[in-house]
Design a protein around this ligand. Structure first.
Ligand code: ADQ
Length: 494
C-alpha cells in the first residue's frame, strides 16, 4: 500500500525463483519455428543495441555498452525478433540489417531533431523534471512537436514489423508516446513500457504542459513498469488526476482496458560480472592498481558525468573528512572515474567544470609527494578495466541525488568474489531498496556522508563481510534475467 491514503495501491510483482530465471526465453518463439503459442519480441528503444566501431579501414558493429543491451539482446535473438533504435548521430537512417540473429531497424534523426527531441525535450525538460527537478526543467514549446513526430517515427518502424501476437517492449522517457500510437494502429498488440528513470511525484509532474498527453501515451501499454514502488505509485496518482483512468487491482482501467502497473527493478548479468572479476588478467590488473596507489585504502566512484549523480557533493564529503583530520592522504585515496555525457547540454559542461575545479582545490590543499588525494579519470573504460577498479576498491561510494536504479552499485557487489569491500549507497538510488545492507546515506547531508565514509574505512572486517554477503545474496535474488522474465511474463499475461 502507498504511503498516502488516496487508495493508490501497487501490488508487489511476483518474482520468479532463481531456477526460472531464464524462463523468459521459453516464452519467446525460437527463431524460425512455427508461431503457435510463442511470441516474437520487438524492442523499441532510443538507441540501437549495436554501434559502429572503426578498425583501421574497416568498420564493424559491436554491442552498445550497458545493461539494457546485455539483458534484452539474448531475448530478441532467441525469438529472431527486431530492435528499433537510433544509431546515435544525426543523418538519414541506414537500411535495416541483420546482426547476430536480430533484425536491427535504424531510425534516423535530423540535426534539428537531435537538438529538439533528444537534447531538448528528452534531456532538458523530461530528464531534470523526472529527477526531482534537480535542475529547473526547461519548457520550450518548440520542442514538443519534434518529440511527437520522432515518437511517431519509432512507432511506424515498429508497426511495419509487428505481427499478431507479437510482444512489443518500449523503453524509457524518450518514447512515452509510442505505446498509444501503436495501440491505435494495432489494437490487439501486446505492448509493454519500462521507464528506466524515476517517475516524479504528481506535484512535479503536473508542471509539464503536456502531462495529459504523456500519460495517455503511456496508457496505450498493457504493462507499465517502473524501477521502484514509489515511482509506480506516483504514476498511478498522476494518471488518476489527469486522465479518465481509474484504479483497479494491480493497475488501472481505461476505456474498458486493463493496464498493469508495477515495480520491476532492473539488474545486471551477475554471472557475467563474476566471471570477468575472476579472470586472471583482471585480478592482475587490480593488484597493479593497488600497488600503484601504495598502501592506502582506496575509495572509488564511477559515474556518467551527470548532475543527478552527486559527484560534487561527494567530493565535498571526502574533503570534509580530510579537513576533520580523521583520515589523511597517506591512509586513503579517492578515485573518481567519470564518463563524459551529453556535453552539448550546458548543465553538463558546467558540471564538468565544477567537478574539475573541486578536484584541483582538494589536491592543491591536501596532496603530498607520492600521495595524490583525488585521482580523476574522465574517460570510458572497457568492462575488464572497470571491473579491475571495482576489485581494487576497499570502499565504493555511490551517492546519486536521484537515480532510477544505479547499476554501478550492483556491479561492484557482483565483483566482490571474496565478500570483502564496503558499499556506501544513497537512499535516493533505486538500488537502495534491494541493497539495504550497504551503509545507506542521504547525499544532501555532506556531514553524514563524511561520517559514513569514515565508518566505511574503519569498518571491522567481520562486519564488512557480513554486509557484503547479504548484499551478494540480494543481488543473486534478482539478476537481469529475473527482471526481463518478470516483465515479459506480466506482458504475456501470465
Ligand atoms: P545511467 O544513468 O546511465 O542509466 P547506471 O545505472 O549507473 O546509470 O549505469 C551506468 C552504466 O555505465 C554502468 O553499467 C557502468 O558500468 C557504466 N559506466 C559508468 N561509467 C563508466 C566509465 N567511466 N567507463 C565505462 N563504463 C562506465 C539509466 C538510469 C539508471 C538505471 C539504468 C538502467 O539513470 O538509474 O540504473 O538506466 O535502467
Amino acid at each position: 500500500m502507498g504511503e498516502d491514503s488516496d487508495g493508490i495501491e501497487v501490488t508487489e510483482v511476483d518474482r520468479p525463483p532463481p531456477q526460472r530465471a531464464s524462463a523468459a526465453r521459453d516464452l519467446l518463439r525460437p527463431a524460425g519455428r512455427s508461431r503457435s503459442g510463442r511470441w516474437n519480441l520487438i524492442v523499441v528503444a532510443n538507441r540501437m543495441p549495436v554501434r559502429r566501431v572503426s578498425q583501421g579501414e574497416a568498420a564493424t558493429w559491436q554491442p552498445s555498452p550497458g545493461g539494457l543491451t546485455s539483458a534484452v539482446t539474448p531475448l530478441v535473438q532467441k525469438s529472431g525478433g527486431s530492435w528499433i533504435g537510433w544509431p546515435g548521430s544525426a543523418g538519414p537512417a541506414p537500411d535495416p540489417f541483420k546482426h547476430a540473429g536480430m533484425s536491427i531497424v535504424p531510425v534516423g534523426l535530423s540535426k534539428k531533431e537531435v537538438e529538439a527531441f533528444y537534447n531538448g525535450f528528452s534531456n532538458r525538460t523530461l530528464w531534470p523534471l523526472y529527477h526531482a527537478a534537480l535542475r529547473p526543467p526547461e519548457v520550450n514549446r518548440k520542442w514538443w512537436q519534434p518529440y511527437v513526430e520522432v515518437n511517431q517515427r519509432y512507432a511506424q518502424a515498429a508497426l511495419r514489423r509487428v505481427r499478431d501476437g507479437d510482444l512489443v517492449w518500449v523503453h524509457d522517457y524518450h518514447l512515452q508516446l509510442v505505446p498509444l500510437i501503436l495501440r491505435e494502429r494495432k489494437p490487439s498488440a501486446r505492448i509493454g513500457f519500462f521507464l528506466h528513470i524515476p517517475f516524479p511525484p504528481v506535484e512535479l509532474f503536473s508542471w509539464l504542459p503536456w502531462r495529459a498527453e504523456i500519460l495517455r501515451g503511456l496508457l496505450g501499454a498493457d504493462v507499465i513498469g517502473f524501477q521502484r514502488k514509489q515511482d509506480a505509485e506516483s504514476f498511478l496518482r498522476a494518471a488518476a488526476r489527469f486522465t479518465p483512468a481509474r484504479p483497479r487491482e494491480g493497475g488501472l482501467e481505461i476505456e474498458g482496458r486493463r493496464v498493469r502497473v508495477g515495480a520491476f527493478p532492473i539488474s545486471i548479468d551477475v554471472a557475467d560480472f563474476e566471471a570477468t572479476a575472476g579472470q586472471p588478467a583482471v585480478e592482475a590488473h587490480a593488484r597493479q592498481i593497488r600497488e600503484r596507489l601504495g598502501a592506502r585504502k582506496m575509495i572509488l566512484s564511477v559515474d556518467r558525468l551527470d548532475y543527478t549523480k552527486g559527484i560534487d557533493s561527494r567530493l565535498s564529503a571526502f574533503e570534509d573528512m580530510l579537513v576533520r583530520g580523521v583520515a589523511d592522504v597517506e591512509e586513503c585515496v579517492f578515485v573518481q572515474i567519470a564518463v563524459p555525457s551529453r556535453e552539448s547540454v550546458k548543465a553538463y559542461s558546467e558540471l564538468r567544470d565544477r567537478v574539475e575545479r573541486l578536484v584541483g582545490r582538494i589536491n592543491g590543499q591536501f596532496s603530498a609527494p607520492g600521495a595524490v588525494a583525488v585521482h580523476y579519470f574522465r574517460r570510458n573504460l572497457s568492462k575488464e578495466n572497470l571491473v579491475a577498479y571495482y576489485r581494487a576498491a576497499d570502499v565504493m561510494l555511490v551517492t546519486p541525488l536521484k537515480d532510477g536504479m544505479n547499476l554501478v552499485a550492483k556491479e561492484y557487489v557482483a565483483t566482490r568474489l571474496d565478500e570483502s569491500g564496503v558499499l556506501v549507497l544513497s537512499e535516493f538510488a533505486g538500488a537502495a531498496d534491494e541493497l539495504d545492507s550497504a551503509l545507506i546515506v542521504n547525499p544532501y547531508d555532506v556531514d553524514g556522508v563524511s561520517l559514513a565514509l569514515e565508518r566505511a574505512l574503519k569498518l571491522p572486517a567481520d562486519e564488512a563481510r557480513r554486509r557484503m554477503r547479504s548484499l551478494r545474496r540480494a543481488l543473486w535474488r534478482n539478476d537481469v534475467y529475473h527482471w526481463a522474465d518478470g516483465f515479459l511474463r506480466a506482458l504475456a499475461g501470465e
